[in-house]
Design a protein around this ligand. Structure first.
Ligand SMILES: Cc1ncc(COP(=O)(O)O)c(C=O)c1O
Length: 434
């Protein structure tokens, strides 16, 4: 067994596809104690499940209950006074998430804001970065991905149509090459260059929801800017999963949900990033009273005086009860650090990959294996028919292993490093081959 002291610093050659390695890795994981800060679902016999669907819904930090109860108590105790005199006054409740979001996105504090839900934020940001005025000019197209999450595709196509464009003409869709599962950066760059000055916006997922591929966000952003287009990212599967540097990459906008790797709870309040270069002379945007400057908001004047930064994109006052669980999660991210979490995810995914590869198998990982091209998700394609793949998947849950299935033949598995163990990963391997 390896002599390295921490699993965060071991190399691929130190990894062994065995239960013994999993036990050793868990004993040498400096992040292992964080697991006890989460509620881990149990099976009927009381055994903890191997919960590998943090890409769908992250687990509940134990402190989330306390944080929600604190707000309920303040409501009970103070009524409307809670806006100003609660332990975390509700009036600027969203401020508590600025630091955490800034760390996780690599955005400046003024560039990030917790608000709304993901698809709503996407529409709000499309209003700004795919303005209706485009239809009067040449630059009117938007590039998305053929395999985009349906809500993204619906949002973009409906937005294009609602603002006077033609979704069939104006939405360019790019997919993997025939016989391949993942997108190639050079193909995306070529599509951008081909669209040239007809392109208004590139809008892609930072981590592809189906394959788990991490796109080369800085390179694609540069390519979009090189033809004069904006670049925006859906970070639903990226935030809390892979380190991000949105400000330095020059990304125009991004949005995400908080119920996956951010563990904010079902339907949690989402977030948005708007680069500071768009703050002073903002593009068109939809407005609401919470986007106004807090210093003058309650003067209730008729004119919109914008709040500084991304806050100006807010519409409504923050839904405190849906935000409170995120406080608990951000405390854990601050302790762990996204770089250390990503390092653990690299070892976990390498361990699963190696353990699958040493067995004769009808399973193929379609997620890229190169460092930097995946986070903690591995998408495992079952060879054969959809029914066979489904049957393979259906055997996992009774063995206490929680993954999800995506048509036609993919089992998605995501050992979220905040609470998953190498033991969980080994249980997946055993269950897949049982
Ligand atoms: C990549 C991606 N985009 C959009 C959505 C839709 O999110 P919401 O229902 O929060 O708007 C999801 C949900 O899982 C997603 O994974």
């Amino acid at each position: 067994m390896t002599v390295a002291r921490s699993i965060l610093h071991i190399s691929a050659s130190d990894i062994e596809p065995s239960a013994e390695f999993a036990a050793w890795a868990d004993a040498n994981d400096p992040l292992a104690a964080l697991r006890s800060r989460f509620e881990i679902p149990k099976d009927a016999s009381g055994r903890e499940m191997a919960y590998l669907v943090g890409n769908s819904l992250g687990l509940m930090p134990k402190a989330a209950r306390t944080r929600v109860l604190e707000e309920l108590d303040d409501w009970a105790r103070l009524g409307a006074e809670g806006h100003a005199h609660g332990r975390r006054p509700w009036i600027d409740y969203h401020q508590h998430f600025r630091g955490g979001l800034s760390l996780l996105t690599g955005g400046l504090p003024s560039e990030v804001v917790a608000m709304n839900t993901l698809t709503v934020n996407l529409h709000l940001l499309l209003t700004s970065f795919l303005p209706a005025s485009r239809t009067r000019g040449v630059r009117r197209k938007v590039l998305i991905e053929r395999g985009a999450f349906p809500s993204d595709r619906f949002a973009v196509r409906s937005f294009v149509a609602a603002t006077g464009g033609d979704a069939d003409d104006d939405v360019i869709e790019i997919g993997p090459r025939s016989g391949e599962s993942c997108l190639r950066t050079e193909d995306i760059e070529r599509a951008i260059a081909d669209a040239g000055d007809s392109l208004a916006l590139v809008m892609l997922g930072g981590v592809q929801y189906y394959t788990g591929q991490v796109l080369d966000m800085p390179r694609i952003t540069r390519a979009a800017h090189a033809v004069g287009a904006h670049c925006g990212w859906d970070l639903a599967h990226a935030i809390g999963n892979v380190p991000l540097s949105l400000h330095d990459w020059g990304v125009d906008f991004a949005c995400w949900c908080s119920y996956k790797y951010l563990n904010g709870g079902p339907g949690a309040v989402a977030g948005a990033f708007v680069h500071e270069r768009h703050h002073a002379n903002p593009p068109p945007r939809l407005e609401g009273w919470w986007g106004t400057d807090p210093a003058t908001r309650f003067a209730m004047g008729p004119d919109f005086a914008a709040a500084p930064g991304a806050d100006a994109w807010q519409l409504s006052n923050p839904p405190v009860l849906s935000l409170a669980p995120l406080l608990a999660s951000f405390e854990l991210f601050a302790e762990a650090g996204i770089e250390r979490l990503a390092a653990k995810a690299r070892v976990m995914t390498a361990f699963i990959e190696m353990s699958l590869r040493v067995r004769e198998s009808d399973l193929r990982i379609i997620t890229p294996s190169a460092t930097g091209h995946r986070g903690c998700q591995l998408s495992i394609e079952v060879q054969g028919s959809t029914a066979q793949a489904r049957a393979r998947f259906d055997r996992l849950l009774p063995q206490g292993v929680v993954c999800d299935f995506r048509h036609p033949r993919v089992i998605r598995t995501a050992p979220a490093p905040l609470y998953c163990s190498f033991g969980d990963c080994w249980r997946l391997i055993e269950a897949l081959h049982a």
